[in-house]
Design a protein around this ligand. Sequence first.
Ligand code: ZN
Ligand code: FE
Length: 256
Amino acid sequence: MAKLEIRQFPCLSDNYGVLIHDKETGATASIDAPEASAVKAALAETGWSLSHILVTHHHIDHTGGIEELKGETGCEVVGPKSEADKVPGIDVKLAEGDTYTFGSFEARVLDVGGHTTGHIAYHLPEAKVAFVGDALFALGCGRVFEGTAEMMWASLDKLRNLPPDTTIYCGHEYTLSNAEFAITIEPENQALQARVEEIKALREKGEPTIPTTIARELETNPFLRPSSGDIRSRLGMEQAEDWQVFAEIRRRKDAA
Ligand code: ZN
Ligand code: FE
């Protein structure tokens, strides 16, 4: 079975860049392009040559490096169809249900709108990995800038239903502040309590808390847990719909 090699590196103030490499074909993709210089440094370290950029959404901290990288490598730029006008140099436009062949892997495209309305995620089932941009974070989720809470919940619900052993790469290291918030929403969650300590220790050493997995997020991320009885009673929302509980958690995080 083909193996996907992955290199994650910090860039800008709190973004992560990610390179994925298919040894069999030599194909190498940058997941988003937050910063051209950081992507080029990672390429130099790995010795991989860039063939693709897989864009999750149009925000500048995910697209700012595209023009320079495409100009220098001629790589193929792949991104969300409904945000194509905001993704410089886009060659391939994808939407929910599309599949895209990267080297010997198949990437399945999920519409995860909400943070931006056209936001997409790339799920590579064979590699058991998904690249989710700013839709889902470790212990958090993206702010709902363009879509509605209901739309965002539908997107998170989609991600929540990926196989639990799926490894998740996301766009930012926000985990410590997410953890401090999460514990106020579900203080009795023992898995969350343990994870908060783990995250503090990692960040004190300057180490990344990403990637995560769907299984870990299901256990500890309040944004994926609106059906938790403890969360519902704490919020006084026993009878509400999941999306409404989600919306209240998101509102509280925005106000925190
Ligand atoms: Zn964003
Ligand atoms: Fe971002």
